[in-house]
Design a protein around this ligand. Sequence first.
Ligand code: ADP
Ligand code: MG
Length: 249
Amino acid sequence: MIVLRGIQKRFDSVHVLKGVDYSVSRGSVSCLIGPSGSGKSTLLRCINGLQPADEGEVWVDGELIGLRVDGDHVVPLPEKEIADQRRQIGMVFQRFNLFPHMTALENVMSGPLRVNRADKERTRDLAMGLLDQVGLAARADHYPNELSGGQQQRVAIARALAMKPKVMLFDEPTSALDPELVNEVLSVMRDLAAEGMTMIVVTHEMGFARDVADHVCFMDEGVIVEEGHPDTVLTDPRTARAREFLKRG
Ligand code: ADP
Ligand code: MG
């Protein structure tokens, strides 16, 4: 479902991604772990085209993201087509970035209404169904500042799902939450995984990675140092760097 080949990314003189090859099969959950600054967020942003890679290819469900092969050349896709591709890739960030002036329901409806000029009644039904799925149907008319961080993050997940994405990317979705609110968000993510959503999750929640991930990648200094089944990578890593990172926990 997701295939990355030779991804390189520089910011001025800083070489952040140094040739990342990575793939995630359809319906599976891959957790990305690694020290702060290792390039995890940058990699997610390359996947959804928020920050195109300098070199390398990103394929999602057989489509090359941001580029089109034209004879012997690879040329950038027009903006509109890039926007279409990006809609198929849901993303949830560390900070719940809901629109503050919209209710939970309006937040979830906003994507489909803006993009597809979708029918308002049908979109409302879809959004209510998604709020129900994340356990927040009763909060549909609340504004973000009337919701806890965990509730806001669940609305953010529902909002991403409203675009019917093929894959969901999560960038430390529970890192900004008070500890007692972490589980309600992880629980929604577990349900999503159980339903067969293809997911990449950058996380420090090793329990989640162990229980839910099909695959774990340990990233350090812009490369994937070690990857495999969570039982191996998290409990018996091959590399000293992964062992050191997991020990620090
Ligand atoms: P992680 O998510 O693993 O903590 P990031 O992908 O956020 O790592 O960052 C990796 C490196 O890239 C860091 O050194 C960071 O300072 C740098 N970096 C990330 N985004 C930018 C940017 N927009 N401009 C300059 N440097 C950046
Ligand atoms: Mg990050």
